[in-house]
Design a protein around this ligand. Structure first.
Ligand SMILES: [Zn+2]
Length: 140
């Protein structure tokens, strides 16, 4: 679609107006031109596009509303997914820390048992055959 040339507004210096697209319910997507200086200009204003047909003024606002609803829903879903993912990763992090602490405790217990076994073996070796002594003790 070819862009229309904005008409001159009524200001003294013959400035061209600015073309803007309306998104009101009565004129969705209909373009108009107004003075570039909205606050202090000449208040020139004119429609560029012809009036909307009745069907367009019914359908387009509904479609825009549906687009906005879907955008909101998409943003909500994206937000929930990120929060869910962060929550799940935090829970997983806590579980992993607990598992690491349990494994460290098991490792320390095995180290302690190993030291006890080595000490027992050394004592048995130093006393000249702990196995026999155990048999004697068991026999009494
Ligand atoms: Zn103007």
């Amino acid at each position: 679609m070819e862009e229309p040339i904005p008409p001159f507004c009524w200001c003294d210096n013959n400035k061209r107006s600015k073309i803007i697209t309306s998104w009101t319910d009565d004129n969705p997507g209909r373009r108009f031109a107004r003075c570039v200086d909205k606050e202090h200009g000449c208040h020139f204003w004119v429609w560029i596009d012809p009036p909307m047909c009745e069907r367009s003024t019914e359908v387009i606002p509904k479609l825009l509303g549906k687009i906005n609803q879907l955008r909101k829903r998409l943003n909500l879903l994206r937000g929930e997914n990120e929060e869910d993912m962060i929550g799940r990763l935090k829970e997983e992090n806590v579980r992993m820390k607990i598992e690491i602490a349990n494994l460290r405790n098991q490792l320390n217990m095995y180290k302690f048992l190993f030291v006890i076994l080595v000490l027992y073996a050394v004592i048995c070796w130093a006393t000249g055959g702990g196995g026999n002594q155990l048999e004697i003790d068991g026999g009494i």
